[in-house]
Design a protein around this ligand. Structure first.
Ligand code: GDP
Length: 530
């Protein structure tokens, strides 16, 4: 393999930050960008978080920026690494895109609020990471405030997410009494100074028993407690095991305070060293390994429509899976078997678009899309193949939908198809009902408004939507007999676009009742049946 290409690929780290709203993702991202020199001051990464925006404001932002606020890939150079952070929108604009974005990441940084522990959205995003068993690195944030006991938080990781943890650092005190974090690997003490948190004092110790520790902390009880806790970790905790980290079975845990930049650099340094370079992916011709295939290949994981009526173009996000991308290169669009010239690629840093001339396996580029691309499309140079299908994820909001004017039925169907292919919505049909009904499912409720708006603006079609009381969708599979019984007896069944049976439930209780009733069937949260 060309050594220059290999070097480029090995330097790449492409990851997503997964968290629940308000855990501090924007703050952490900003600090990471500051370290990378990609931005000069705090307050540059905004948009999503302050957006208590109503829909109209949101569209206004879309207009001003020219491209959606929900789409960004942040990249910067740091210590010889080329870092790509995939943004995963978390507030109102949480959508299936957020899940799909994770399919383009090689690892994830999981951010947890020390006071709140593992929250709902983190849990959902974690499950998607689990589908590919990518390594997960945990940052426990807001140690400058009183939070929960670190042991309790580790237990929660295990109980709620099923992942064991290995603390890379351990805090001394918390909230008012927060003093330091001890780096278990480098045996370094990072002292927290509440008056000037950015001035981090680091002391090299010979180990946790080093008397320099007592001196630096100056609080006998805290030091005693710290030593006891560390001993407990050494005796009863999991061992450091890189193989288990690589498989996503063990998460290295870091502690800090993003707002004070405390612990962030330590996290970044360890994370970049331990996280994987661009990974191999399965395809129709077997594994595509970026370190053995020199030809360009990539897949589309997200299609972002421009909400500005004057600029109807879309941007398709492509994850490069092997080789080098060069502006203007010719590739094959495998689904349509047509050649394609990649002439208008964009990369995203904060909210500014810039043109990319060259990019490598691991990088994300945005391609100008006049309507060519669908989620999951493969682009290749050289031998043709396709990557495996992209999964659909359980929507959480549902509505039945009809066109207001029957005469516009054709445009309506066309619009729905386009929006489904872009992945903005999932379309289901009622199963075994006398009158077949179309049901739309979305992960984030904002997508309903997007649907209505776009059908009106782009297809001149007005729709009638009636919200349905369901909150869960499960893809069902199992033995023939039991499936038959299920299909006959179970209420609220629909089929997805591939004709797979999906059951809708209003609440967990309903879902559990069905699971108990049909113990031989599997209820999957995604169309991958995993
Ligand atoms: P996001 O919703 O996950 O992007 O969270 P933000 O970065 O917007 O942070 C949510 C709130 O938590 C903001 O008010 C931040 O200032 C605050 N915050 C973030 N990190 C810390 C931290 O380390 N300590 C404290 N005390 N507050 C923090």
């Amino acid at each position: 393999m060309n050594p220059a290409l290999k070097e480029e690929i090995l330097a790449r780290r492409t990851f997503a930050i997964i968290s629940h709203p308000d855990a501090g993702k924007t703050t952490l991202t900003e600090k990471l960008l500051l370290f990378g020199g990609a931005i000069r001051e705090a307050g540059t990464v905004k948009g999503r978080k302050n957006s208590k925006h109503a829909m109209s404001d949101w569209m206004e932002i879309e207009k001003q920026r020219g491209i959606s606020v929900t789409s960004s890939v942040l990249e910067f150079q740091y210590n010889g690494f080329h870092v790509n952070i995939l943004d995963t929108p978390g507030h109102e604009d949480f959508s299936e895109d957020t899940y799909r974005t994770l399919t383009a990441a090689d690892s994830a940084a999981m951010l947890i609020d020390a006071a709140k522990g593992v929250e709902a959205q983190t849990k959902k995003l974690f499950k998607v990471c689990r589908l590919r068993n990518i390594p997960i690195f945990t940052f426990i944030n807001k140690l400058d405030r009183q939070g929960r006991d670190p042991f309790e938080l580790m237990e929660e990781l295990e109980n709620l997410l099923g992942i064991r943890s290995y603390p890379m650092g351990w805090p001394i005190g918390m909230g008012q009494s927060f003093k330091a974090v001890y780096d278990r690997h480098q045996q370094k003490l990072e002292l927290y100074n509440p008056d000037n948190p950015k001035a981090i004092d680091t002391i090299q110790l010979s180990g946790p028993d080093d008397p320099k520790l007592d001196e630096a902390i100056g609080d006998e009880q805290l030091v005693r407690q710290f030593r006891e806790e560390l001993e407990l970790l050494d005796v009863a905790g999991d061992e450091y095991d890189k193989e288990r980290i690589d498989k996503g079975e063990l998460t290295p845990v870091f502690f800090g305070s993003a707002i004070s930049s405390f612990g962030v650099q330590t996290f970044l340094d360890h994370f970049l060293k331990l996280s994987p370079a661009p990974a191999s992916r399965e395809s129709s011709i077997g594994t595509i390994d970026p370190l053995s295939r020199e030809h360009f290949s990539g897949f589309i994981f997200k299609v972002q429509a421009n909400m500005n009526a004057k600029h109807r173009d879309r941007v398709a996000f492509l994850r490069i899976t092997s080789g080098t991308f060069k502006r203007g290169m010719n590739v094959k669009h495998v689904r349509t078997n047509k050649p394609l010239k990649l002439s208008q690629p964009t990369q995203f840093l904060a909210q500014n678009r810039s043109i990319v001339d060259e990019a490598y396996a691991g990088d994300i580029i945005g391609l100008f899309d006049p309507g060519t691309f669908r989620i999951g499309d493969t682009l290749v140079d050289g031998e043709s193949f396709e990557f495996n299908e992209m999964p659909h994820f359980s929507p959480e909001h549902f509505a039945s939908i009809t066109v207001k004017e029957a005469l516009k039925h054709k445009s309506y169907e066309k619009g729905l198809q386009q929006l489904t292919e872009e992945g903005a919505i999932q379309l289901f049909k009622t199963y075994n009902k006398y009158v077949e009904q179309q049901i739309v499912g979305v992960v984030g409720v904002l997508q309903f408004e997007v649907l209505e708006h776009r059908l009106h603006a782009e297809y001149n079609v007005d729709i009638q939507m009636e919200r349905l009381p369901f909150s869960f969708a499960r893809w069902i599979s199992g033995g023939e007999e039991e499936m038959k019984r299920f299909k006959e007896k179970q209420r609220n069944l629909v089929t997805d676009r591939e004709g797979r049976i999906v059951a809708l439930f209003e609440n967990e209780f309903q879902m559990r009742t069905a699971q108990d009733k049909y113990p031989g069937l599997h209820f999957y949260e995604n169309s991958f049946y995993q």
